[in-house]
Design a protein around this ligand. Structure first.
Ligand SMILES: Nc1nc2c(ncn2[C@@H]2O[C@H](COP(=O)(O)OP(=O)(O)OP(=O)(O)O)[C@@H](O)[C@H]2O)c(=O)[nH]1
Length: 387
């Protein structure tokens, strides 16, 4: 079945309108600016395609110039949406595209000029679409499936317009914009319909993936310190625990602030929060490559180290205790010194669960509290090797 240009334009307008509404509805839920820009782009395609229907009635300005201009603005909005999504600032030079397009209004009538106009128009769209596709370059080799799809669709769309620009200038290419004649016009209408569908789908997919990632991140983070929370620790720990062996043990440090309640009671809850933040910064700074740190809740933190000796674990705990005690002293005066008690255990059995090692470290923590606080108690591995 071969669809005539009129029908294809009606389909284009309908699909672009549906895409604009769909993306606007998504924007209504998440308020992500990119979705609004993409929705506005499709709204312009809807208006442009509807106006293009006037061509056959001889309305050159509203039937040809306006739709072409709107198509460029629509692609520009797609690019701005991608730039917003990838947090890239577009240089002001991109506004020059509008100048180039407006300059085309000065072109005289005639078949040759019609071809030239379509060639420049296609080049402008190709440039914008390819730029948008390139903005979605994978960083650190990572690009979500949705974003990779959007990149592919934008690049393919851009390359199609590049081919269109070249083919319009071929000697035997028939381009009659007023009567929709010529294979180039037919093919590009079909491509337009398909591109709308694929772009709208991958744009929503891209944004949804990011939203899901953000939700997963929020669910895994402690809101005050932005360290992993208990839930995230239980999810991530097994991978680290499995690496332990008698030849390469790991260590779990359970850290608790001493007399933290006095900071809250004497200086207020906000002061207590600031101290928790200071401790989380110290922990982050002390964390070796591949280690995990989490806030279990209240004033209790955990560090999981892999491939570490007892002496190295002791040194890390000691460094933390000294740095924290000094910082706490400088920040808040309290009747009792605010310091750190640490209960730690080495582990070398990969099949044991986190809760097992946490229990051992908790017993060690209790011992260090009982012995007067501001100290670290380390339980050696089962064979007694602690360094
Ligand atoms: N500022 C602040 N305080 C919190 C937060 N979560 C728990 N706390 C408080 O932390 C304190 C923890 O109590 P404890 O660990 O029993 O008190 P402590 O004075 O440190 O006692 P020792 O550990 O025995 O030295 C309680 O006063 C809680 O109200 C928080 O997010 N912010």
């Amino acid at each position: 079945m071969v669809l005539d240009p009129f029908t294809l334009l009606v389909i284009t307008a309908a699909m672009a309108a549906a895409s604009a509404l769909y993306l606007a509805a998504e924007w209504g839920i998440v308020r992500e600016r990119s979705l609004l820009l993409w929705s506005a782009g499709f709204a312009l395609v809807t208006v442009g395609s509807s106006l293009a229907l006037l061509r056959s009635s001889g309305y050159m300005l509203f039937g040809i110039w306006f739709p072409n201009g709107l198509l460029i603005v629509a692609h520009w909005l797609f690019l701005a949406g991608v730039a917003g999504f990838t947090r890239v600032r577009l240089p002001h030079a991109w506004w020059l595209l509008a100048v180039v397009w407006l300059a085309m209004l000065l072109l005289p009538d005639g078949p040759w000029w019609s071809k030239a106009m379509m060639c420049v128009q296609s080049l402008l769209i190709a440039l914008i679409a390819v730029r948008a596709g390139l903005l979605l370059r994978p960083q650190d080799g990572a690009l979500s499936v949705g974003a990779a799809q959007l990149r592919f669709v934008l690049l393919a769309h851009g390359l199609f317009y590049l081919a269109k620009a070249v083919s319009t200038m071929a000697p035997d290419a028939i381009v009659n914009l007023a009567s929709f004649r010529g294979a180039v016009i037919q093919i590009s209408l079909v491509e337009g319909v398909m591109a709308i569908m694929l772009l709208a789908m991958s744009m929503t997919g891209t944004e949804r993936h990011r939203r899901e990632e953000r939700i997963a991140q929020i669910a895994a983070r402690d809101p005050l310190t932005a360290l992993d929370n208990r839930r995230a620790l239980y999810l991530r720990a097994p991978q680290l625990l499995e690496q332990a062996s008698p030849a390469s043990p790991g260590a779990l440090l359970l850290i608790d602030i001493d007399h933290f309640k006095q900071v809250n009671d004497l200086h207020g809850h906000d002061a207590g929060d600031r101290l928790l933040l200071a401790l989380s910064d110290l922990i982050r700074a002390a964390l070796p490559q591949g280690a995990l740190a989490a806030r279990l809740g209240g004033d209790e933190f955990v560090i999981l180290l892999r491939n570490v000796s007892g002496a190295a674990a002791q040194a890390l705990g000691q460094g933390l205790r000294e740095a924290f005690a000094q910082q706490a002293r400088a920040m808040f005066a309290t009747p009792e010194p605010v310091s750190l008690s640490i209960g730690a255990t080495l582990f070398d059995q990969p099949d044991m669960e986190l809760s097992h090692w946490l229990k051992r470290a908790d017993e060690a923590l209790y011992a260090s509290k009982r012995k007067g606080r501001d100290r670290m108690e380390l339980v050696p591995v089962a064979n007694g090797r602690a360094d």
